[in-house]
Design a protein around this ligand. Structure first.
Ligand SMILES: O=P(O)(O)OC[C@H]1O[C@H](O[C@H]2O[C@H](CO)[C@@H](O)[C@H](O)[C@H]2O)[C@H](O)[C@@H](O)[C@@H]1O
Ligand code: UDP
Length: 468
């Protein structure tokens, strides 16, 4: 069996036992622990004279190769092009888009550095699986160095429609880079349509059945692979949580009140100000919820070096303070707002006890928290998921109360409906959600992508001429 080599910016290395606030690292850790292999990525460190070779760490069946970067390159790559340009673009936030040539050059430089330090570690029959927007050009750079094996790419965030994508000066170069992969995976069918429409209209590519694409002298495939979670593990954690010390403390602190929970990185894509505003609207319009419902929002700080994230943090501190100032009683605080990372078992406790799960991003590739909330419920008395229609997860979780996060009053109405929902309807909706969460696990996702990468590779390498 070919060895699997995973490349991602964020690596959950063995030293970092603490929970990582980010779905990609959480998901890949589950995927690799199953079949072993090499996980290559950024060490999380910068140094002016960063060594050209990565640091190698072995743990069980996984070898980690961790590359340290030059600080200027890392800034231009991560805070600059990846999170200042591609992130707002792919989340449809053109007003937040920053376009700088120096960031684009830094982004490409880091991809060249990564390819050069990965290449000596590769064997010809390795299967390389690259993750996310930080590394779109990596296949081009590996091909330039002579790697001819299979390379797949999975894009964890939304792919924007062509009208939005055109605003990026480097749009043509990025799609050219994508064509160097054998398989390009996206989260949803909507994302696939957006990319294929661009390829057939702007790039004048050829689209065949099943998302096969011919572009210049390359042939590759584009398809949807909605990511899942380790459902069994979450069910187990949540079942144990029922009798845990965390649960005892949580219950005691709530003193019989109903809990609504949100868990999101502190990111402007997650719709946190809208969620706070909807909770404020709920308490204003339905006074009977005052003193009876507590909302807990876990929001670990993320990308603190990017100015938009600093602005968002201040905005949330203000609006959270306003809500508590307006509605709190001497024995009840409506909103508990925590800028902390919690381990999975604590999250399982919060999910399990919460009557309502609030997942309201303005745009999200998938949103694993929505699936974790579903998996953590008590089948006999489950909570209700209030979910943004703009999260990739909304395609699968048909039992959720779907909301438009821009419609604050509509969201407050959904929260009210969730709080009042009878048990029979809660059970019915939970079953509808649990079916895809149980079927499409992280393991199924991984196996599906890798199976297709194996099959598609031969056709792709054969080139477009062979399609006749
Ligand atoms: O690495 P960071 O900059 O700290 O950010 C954390 C991760 O955020 C994004 O996660 C995405 O992947 C999830 C799993 O597929 C998906 O559910 C979610 O909708 C996405 O936002 C980002 O794509 C990762 O690269 C980051 O590591
Ligand atoms: O305090 C926290 C907050 C979040 N997470 C995890 O971070 C991931 C967030 O993934 P999601 O897809 O929801 O969003 P992303 O942050 O990747 O955009 C989920 O697995 C959460 O359980 C965590 O372990 N601890």
């Amino acid at each position: 069996m070919a060895r699997l080599v995973i490349v991602s910016n964020r690596v959950a290395s063995p030293k970092e036992r603490a929970a990582k606030a980010g779905g990609l690292a959480v998901a890949l850790r589950e995927a690799l622990s199953e079949q072993g292999g090499l996980w290559f990525g950024w060490s999380g460190e910068t140094a002016v004279d960063a060594p050209a070779a990565p640091k190698i760490v072995r743990s069980g069946r996984v070898t980690y190769a961790l590359q340290t970067l030059d600080p200027d390159d890392q800034r231009a790559h991560y805070a600059g092009y990846a999170n200042g340009t591609l992130w707002p673009l792919c989340h449809y936030r053109l007003g937040l888009l920053s376009v700088r040539r120096s960031d684009w050059e830094g982004y490409r430089r880091v991809n060249v550095t990564f390819a050069a330090s990965l290449m000596p570690l590769l064997k010809p029959d390795d299967v390389v699986w690259v993750h996310d927007y930080h590394f779109i050009p990596l296949a081009s750079e590996l091909r330039a160095l002579g790697f001819t094996g299979r390379i797949g790419y999975f894009h964890h965030i939304p792919w924007p429609t062509p009208e939005v994508f055109y605003t990026l000066p480097s749009h043509a170069a990025l799609v050219q880079d994508l064509s160097q992969y054998d398989l390009v995976g996206l989260q949803t069918e909507h994302d696939v349509r957006a990319l294929l429409t661009y390829i057939s209209s702007e790039a004048r590519g050829w689209i065949g059945p099943g998302g096969i694409v011919g572009l210049k002298n390359r042939r590759f495939r584009v398809a949807a692979y909605p990511i899942g979670i380790d459902t069994e593990m979450f069910v187990k954690d949540a079942t144990h949580a029922q009798r845990s010390e965390d649960m005892r403390r949580l219950r005691a602190s709530l003193a019989g009140r109903t809990l609504a929970v949100g868990v999101d990185r502190l990111d402007y894509s997650k719709g946190l100000p809208n969620k706070f505003a909807a909770f404020d609207n709920l308490l204003e319009r339905w006074p009977e919820h005052r003193s009876h419902v507590t909302m807990m929002q876990v929001a670990p700080v993320s990308r603190g070096e990017v100015s938009e994230y600093q602005i968002l943090r201040r905005e949330l501190e203000e609006s959270g303070g306003r809500i508590n100032g307006r509605f709190a009683e001497f024995d009840w605080v409506p909103l508990r707002y925590l800028n902390k990372v919690f381990p999975r078992n604590t999250l399982a406790t919060l999910y399990r006890h919460a009557r309502v799960g609030l997942v309201t991003p303005l745009r999200d590739g998938m949103n694993l928290v929505a699936k974790e909330y579903v998996a953590a419920q008590n089948p006999e008395d489950p909570g209700v998921l209030v979910l943004s229609r703009f999260a990739g997860a909304a395609d699968e979780l048909t039992g959720a109360l779907l909301v438009n996060p821009y419609d604050i009053e509509g969201m407050a109405e959904a929260m009210d409906a969730a709080l009042r929902m009878p048990k029979e309807e809660r059970i019915e909706r939970w079953r509808a959600n649990m079916e895809p969460v149980s079927r499409n696990t992280i393991h199924a996702w991984c196996a599906h992508f890798l199976r297709d990468l194996g099959t598609e590779a031969d056709a792709a390498i054969a080139g477009p001429e062979s399609r006749a």
